[in-house]
Design a protein around this ligand. Structure first.
Ligand SMILES: Cc1cc2nc3c(=O)[nH]c(=O)nc-3n(C[C@H](O)[C@H](O)[C@H](O)COP(=O)(O)OP(=O)(O)OC[C@H]3O[C@@H](n4cnc5c(N)ncnc54)[C@H](O)[C@@H]3O)c2cc1C
Length: 382
């Protein structure tokens, strides 16, 4: 049986229908806009409402809060179809923020924010990283001090996905002194016309040019104290540890979908392109490289599918999630790099999807916890 005949065990007829709806929507509404999104370094603001109207936002949040009422499998389908189409739209981050609110928000907070996020009226961003604190989360400096019924936030966040468009931030702040985990809290910030809040210009990345990434600045920004997530100060670090697996598994989903797509487009390319009077596929080296890529992508797929099923069944542990994030993103970069080589000089031209895929893939090994940090997490458990 060809590896391409394999079907994920979590797939079913309803999810297939969902996949075809999402794929059609992405091809119709997003793909034609890609060049412009890359030039303007962010998706159109209007894309969010369109995505909301198709049910593509918050597919795995309960229907009573405006979500799709599905499982992580529904979110996977969305992320896979976006990855296959080469579209960088921050709906994954929207889901991550929604899951923080769903897990730690009170009923009033959930009803206030989640339905508007599902409609694309509120665009979420998760703001953890600072210029001097990335892997070392506890080294963050941004402060939130209590003042009457408010928190007053001062500091800077950087590399924030959805940053320019975002009007609902989940911000990791210091509410306590010292560097201990109990000094960190998560606060939800609605940014619309908020005095003291501003975003920097879009960051000039080497890939993912259509993705909205920027710095956020807080200068005496006042937020109602009830926007604290979880009802008590000092829970932020533990909340992040609980939610990061969702984000990391999502990175793995994109990794495998991208690797599979790279193999598919390269297979087509080497069957069409000729050199020395033969198609590239007729060279043994081409066939061997493609065979290696297809095998690695399939190993990745089977590992990922097992983790998706375990996650849906609430049986996925943090160590395996770290393995998924590290191994699948390394695997993605290896495969895409080999596929670039098989394209020759065209593989280095930005107009070719494989070239963009190569540049876009690199950051997968860096964000959501670097792959070195993932290996530390795995090694600590041994
Ligand atoms: C395109 C993009 C989008 C992003 N989106 C977001 C977002 O939406 N929200 C957000 O909060 N952040 C976001 N990030 C930030 C991202 O999560 C951080 O860049 C990442 O966590 C690494 O932190 P750093 O850049 O400070 O690198 P550093 O922590 O300075 O790491 C530098 C190097 O040192 C290594 N290193 C550090 N500590 C150790 C250690 N203990 N052992 C071994 N090696 C170590 C790292 O692995 C890395 O190789 C994004 C980043 C990018 C590039």
């Amino acid at each position: 049986m060809s590896s391409f005949a394999y079907q994920s065990p979590w797939m079913n007829d309803a999810l297939q229908l969902w996949r075809s709806q999402v794929a059609k929507f992405v091809q119709r509404e997003f793909v034609p806009q890609q060049q412009r999104w890359r030039q303007q370094q962010r998706p159109d603001r209007s894309a969010w409402a369109l995505a909301g109207a198709t049910g593509m936002l918050l597919p795995d949040i309960a229907a009573e809060y405006g979500g799709g009422g599905g499982t992580f499998a529904h979110e996977c389908v969305v992320q896979e179809e976006l990855a296959r189409a080469g579209v960088h739209f921050g709906s994954n981050i929207q889901s991550i923020v929604a899951h923080y609110i769903a897990a730690y928000g009170n009923e009033a907070q959930k009803h206030t924010w989640l339905p508007r996020m599902a409609r694309g009226e509120l665009i979420g961003a998760i703001a953890i990283t600072e210029p001097d604190a990335g892997s070392d989360i506890k080294g963050m400096r941004i402060s939130a001090r209590r003042d009457d019924g408010n928190y007053v936030i001062n500091g800077t966040k950087t590399f924030i996905t959805n940053g320019c468009h975002a009007n609902l931030l989940c911000v990791a702040v210091k509410t306590g002194a010292g560097a201990g985990p109990k000094s960190i809290s998560l606060i939800i910030v609605e940014t619309g016309d908020l005095p003291g809040y501003r975003t920097g210009s879009s960051l000039d990345k080497i890939g993912m040019h259509g993705q909205d990434t920027c710095e956020l600045f807080f200068d005496e920004v006042r937020v109602p104290a009830e926007n604290l997530l979880g009802g008590a100060e000092g829970c932020g670090f533990a909340q992040m540890l609980e939610q990061l697996p969702y984000e990391r598994l999502g990175v793995g989903v994109v990794a495998v979908a991208t690797a599979e797509q790279a193999v598919a487009i390269t297979t087509r390319y080497v069957k069409e392109r000729s050199a020395f009077g033969e198609h590239l596929i007729d060279f043994q080296n081409t066939r061997f490289r493609l065979a290696e890529c297809a095998t690695e992508a399939h190993i990745g797929r089977v590992f990922l599918d097992d983790c998706i099923e375990r996650f849906i069944a609430r049986r996925l542990d943090d160590v395996t999630t770290a393995m998924v994030k590290y191994w699948l993103t390394d695997c993605q970069c290896r495969i895409v790099d080999k596929c670039v080589q098989l394209h020759g000089g065209y593989g280095y031209m930005a107009e070719y999807p494989i070239a963009r895929m190569w540049a876009d893939s690199r950051v997968q090994r860096i964000y959501a916890g670097t792959n070195e940090i993932m290996k530390e997490l795995i090694a600590w458990s041994m």
